[in-house]
Design a protein around this ligand. Structure first.
Ligand code: CP
Length: 330
């Protein structure tokens, strides 16, 4: 594994001592140095999380609310662990057990959370743009934990960090993202992040699951998975997001696997050391075979989860610095 030098501050422009955004709603608007800054900040937390104590008290006394309007395993738990490892009080709100079920609007829910003087709010919502709507209404930093088909910024960052740990640099890599591109916020955040950092991104999907005009995102679309895999450094597989589909987008899971599933035979078309990634949850035997998902030395899927905790610690730390009166951030 190649570890970058986290003290390489020369990559930041002069005078950029502070991350200049209150919220993290997406990666589309972030400059290369801002993406690198959050990734570099996460390196210390990768090390801490591998140590015995796993504790740092810098967020002691702060309250973080995780408001999840959609199901989650990785993102919810890693934000909770991230906040707790930094000493914060972390409260989880699951929409299914909240007054949302009694008809409360998103804005009223946001105003309610705001009145509780949270120091940061982490939101996952099924509607694109819902997180920005809440950010516009509250007084504290808001972190997007995935909104509809729009963005999943901490996933994009953790994926970039995972790639950097394996490959050393992101610039110049060929990254193939294959699956349900149309409905995927993970694909969008990864495209923003990886193209901004200089990777060549190929996206591959059946025609019905490829967004119109995707070329405008500086990626190359492919409909033939074998061609998309040729010479790739990284292969990122995405699941079919049935919960966002109305109507039939693929003939059958069996046919989908035949054309777009990552098998060992197909993986051989990529570079011999190509990294295999998946944000989870996986549908084994559909978009990825088990012997690929579990391939030692090549699959980074559990490493992605590990990097997720570190990235979320970095984001919570950086975005609450102003409120904590950290020097240079007031
Ligand atoms: N990758 C991801 O967002 O997973 P969860 O839905 O389990 O949070």
């Amino acid at each position: 594994m190649t570890s970058p030098d986290p003290s390489a501050t020369s990559r930041y422009p002069a005078g950029s001592a502070a991350f200049p955004h209150r919220d993290l709603t997406g990666l589309a608007e972030l400059a290369p140095w801002e993406l690198l800054y959050l990734m570099d900040e996460a390196e210390q937390w990768v090390d801490l999380n591998r140590s015995a104590s796993k504790r740092d008290e810098r967020l002691h006394g702060l309250t973080i609310i995780n408001a999840f309007f959609e199901n989650s395993t990785r993102t919810l738990l890693s934000f909770e662990i991230a906040g707790k490892r930094l000493g914060a009080d972390v409260v989880n709100m699951h929409a299914a057990q909240s007054s949302v079920k009694k008809g409360e609007t998103l804005i009223d829910t946001a105003m309610t959370l705001n009145a509780m003087h949270a120091d940061a709010i982490v939101i996952r919502h099924q509607s694109s743009g819902a997180v920005q709507l809440i950010a516009d209404k509250v007084d504290c930093p808001v972190l997007n934990a995935g909104d509809g088909q729009h963005e999943h910024p901490t996933q994009g960052l953790l994926d970039a960090l995972t790639i950097r740990h394996s490959k050393g640099e992101i610039a110049g890599l060929i990254v193939t993202i294959c699956g349900d591109i149309l409905h995927s916020r993970v694909a969008r955040s990864n495209i923003h992040c990886l193209t901004t950092l200089g990777a060549q991104v190929r996206v591959c999907a059946p025609p019905a699951l490829m967004p119109a005009g995707i070329e405008q995102m500086k990626v190359t679309p492919y409909y033939d998975f074998d061609a998309a895999l040729d010479g790739a450094d990284v292969v990122m597989m995405l699941r079919l997001q049935q919960e966002r589909m109305s109507g039939q987008f693929i003939p059958s899971p069996r046919e989908y696997r035949h054309l777009y599933g990552l098998t060992l035979e197909r993986l051989a078309r990529a570079k011999p050391d190509a990294l295999v990634m998946h944000p989870g949850p996986m549908n084994r035997g559909v978009e990825i075979d088990s012997n690929v998902a579990d391939l030692a030395g090549r699959s980074a899927i559990t490493r992605q989860v590990e990097m997720g905790v570190a990235i979320r610690m970095a984001c919570l730390d950086v975005l609450t610095r102003k409120a904590r009166g950290v020097e240079g951030w007031a």
